[in-house]
Design a protein around this ligand. Sequence first.
Ligand SMILES: Nc1ncnc2c1ncn2[C@@H]1O[C@H](COP(=O)(O)OP(=O)(O)O)[C@@H](O)[C@H]1O
Ligand SMILES: [Mg+2]
Length: 147
Amino acid sequence: MNRVEKSGMEIQQEPIIIRVTEEYHIPKTRHSVKFLAETLGFKQIIVFYIMTSVSELAYNLFFHTDKGGTITLVPLIREDNVGIEVIAQDEGPGIDDIDLAMTDGFTTNRGLGGGLPGVKRLMDEFEIQSEPGLGSRITARKWKIWQ
Ligand SMILES: Nc1ncnc2c1ncn2[C@@H]1O[C@H](COP(=O)(O)OP(=O)(O)O)[C@@H](O)[C@H]1O
Ligand SMILES: [Mg+2]
């Protein structure tokens, strides 16, 4: 397995892929990212931000698509920085109007509408690619140096 040493500790570098098709998969994504973020040495408050972001994205896979999707967690190990990339991907209905979906309080499925804008606020980098009828891919990153 491809691993690096950081402060005497071995850090996993492979992406972790979690399928989200059942409701109980949502807490599973939270636990996985908690473990990864703590291993990478994020402060506890930032670990919580990342966990919240991942569960919002996992909720969306479960509630806004028919077949669910995947959450991929990628450890980002750089010479001078360490981060986590979270990718939520699905082949669901897609998002018609991304600006509207990013508006606080907007929901099409009786949610609170705070998920996507919340993830954008909690993470350092955020991007949505979505094609109506084909699916969505939401990528968010958090870096340690900016915490
Ligand atoms: N993976 C997705 N596929 C299709 N639509 C999505 C997806 N994620 C979010 N959306 C759309 O964006 C809206 C806003 O999402 P969010 O801010 O998480 O609020 P909520 O989940 O409470 O509705 C959702 O109501 C839905 O219409
Ligand atoms: Mg949501």
